[in-house]
Design a protein around this ligand. Structure first.
Ligand code: SF4
Length: 426
């Protein structure tokens, strides 16, 4: 979501007549888009603000801005800590950035705007911005109404609002005309997307499937409690461009912890969803988020998390240590787990998942898979190109640059920890 917001802000800056520079020391405007979902990104953002403050001290004409969830959470306190800041802007206000730029550039006034009730912005049109990209993101809704007890998102991104479907489709057409072949629909909880009786999330997926030139559609993130039968069925539809991959955060394997987290489902309900998804699409890749060390998490609760991981056999996992977020219910709970215990549990969990991911990747050796060629491999060297399977696995292989943006068939030769190696089948 932050990448999408950053793209939006970058397009606003370009439309204003500005262009990107490689070095912050040469910039006229620096805008830092921030995340505060865990303590670590917050610390990173604060240290970056310190570094930019030092540049601003040397060059007072620099316009220094912060956007995103940390801006929303800390608000005016950021002016106290970083008096050189010119703009503090919450994530719901990015649609106003273009207008604000005027007062920043011409009026040199400090601005703070943190209105969590703002409607989602209309897409900006910045000619050429997506050229050369194969995949793109579209936000279909903003905010979250769930208030999981550990999570700060509903406080900083406000209540859920779904976007007008025609605006989403028009944004998609614009991306497709720039060469984008794969679109990921974004939201904190996409499966609660609702516009009217005729347009819920599954029907939006069907509409995306009618767009000429689009090869694949994905979505993230979905909440297990809102996973409908109608959405599960979408994965079984033949000729659909919906990719066989779902990111379905489970967070914990113990019902006692899930209840304290206010997640609204049990481990049994989660396992049933996994069963039903695999029933309609046996090859579906399932990835998830999990947290260790939630307040009061005992070693037997943690064992239940490991047990769920073993039973589900996720393709990959994003795993984190719990950290207190100010203002959330969990931050006020007793029985916090020691940091050293959290580190230990995270290590055990990650080792387990590493084995499972490797096993899953190795099981693909010898299979022929359709891969969307994205570009030159990030690792460089041989094989020189990379792309992703519909199940979202990264594959490295050799091919010509004129194949970028095309679907090719690749035979998987080797499954590794984080990626696959293959050979193109001509
Ligand atoms: S569903 Fe829960 S974890 Fe996800 S953004 Fe909303 S409150 Fe946070």
């Amino acid at each position: 979501m932050n990448e999408y917001d950053s793209d939006y802000l970058a397009q606003s800056l370009i439309n204003y007549g500005l262009s990107a520079v490689d070095n912050p020391n040469n910039a006229d405007i620096i805008l830092i888009n921030t995340c505060t979902v865990r303590a670590k990104p917050q610390q990173k953002a604060l240290s970056m603000l310190g570094r930019i403050s030092a540049i601003k001290k040397r060059r007072p004409e620099l316009i220094f801005c912060i956007a995103g969830c940390l801006a929303q959470e800390m608000g005016v306190r950021l002016f106290e800590r970083f008096p050189d800041l010119d703009l503090i802007m919450g994530p719901r206000d990015i649609g106003k950035f273009y207008e604000i730029l005027d007062s920043l550039i011409t009026g040199r006034k400090k601005v703070i705007i943190t209105d969590t009730g703002s409607a989602p912005p209309d897409p900006v049109r910045c000619s050429g911005f997506f050229n050369g990209r194969i995949s793109g993101n579209i936000s279909i809704m903003v905010g979250c109404d769930n208030f999981c007890s550990y999570c700060i998102v509903p406080y900083v991104r406000g209540r859920e609002i779904s976007r007008f479907p025609d605006a989403i489709l028009s944004e998609a057409r614009n991306m497709i005309s720039a060469g984008i072949k794969e679109i990921t629909l974004l939201g904190q909880n996409v499966n609660s997307y609702f516009w009217n009786k005729e347009t819920n999330f599954p029907s939006l997926l069907h509409k995306m499937g009618t767009l000429d030139g689009l090869y694949r559609v994905r979505f993230t993130t979905s909440h297990p409690k809102d996973m409908s039968d109608e959405l599960i069925k979408c994965f079984g539809e033949k000729e659909s461009i919906l990719c066989p991959h779902i990111h379905l955060p489970f967070q914990a394997g113990s019902n006692r912890v899930l209840e304290k987290m206010r997640r609204g489902y049990t481990r049994e309900k989660y396992m049933d969803l996994v069963y039903r998804l695999r029933e309609v699409e046996p090859d579906i890749a399932i990835t998830s988020d999990v947290m260790v060390g939630f307040p009061g998490e005992s070693s037997s609760d943690f064992e239940l998390t490991l047990d769920l991981i073993k039973k589900v056999q996720f393709d990959s996992l994003f795993s984190f240590k719990y950290s207190d977020r100010d203002g959330t219910l969990a931050s006020k709970m007793d029985n916090k787990v020691d940091e050293s215990e959290k580190v230990l549990r995270l290590g055990i969990l990650q080792d387990l998942q590493k084995q499972i991911t490797l096993g899953k990747n190795r099981s693909l050796e010898g299979k022929k898979m359709s891969v969307l060629v994205e570009g030159i491999s990030r690792k460089g060297g041989y094989p020189n190109f990379s792309g992703r399977t519909a199940s979202n696995k990264v594959v490295n292989f050799s091919c010509d640059s004129n194949m970028i943006g095309h679907l090719v068939n690749v035979e998987i030769k080797e499954g590794m920890n984080n990626s696959l190696k293959g050979e193109i089948i001509l």
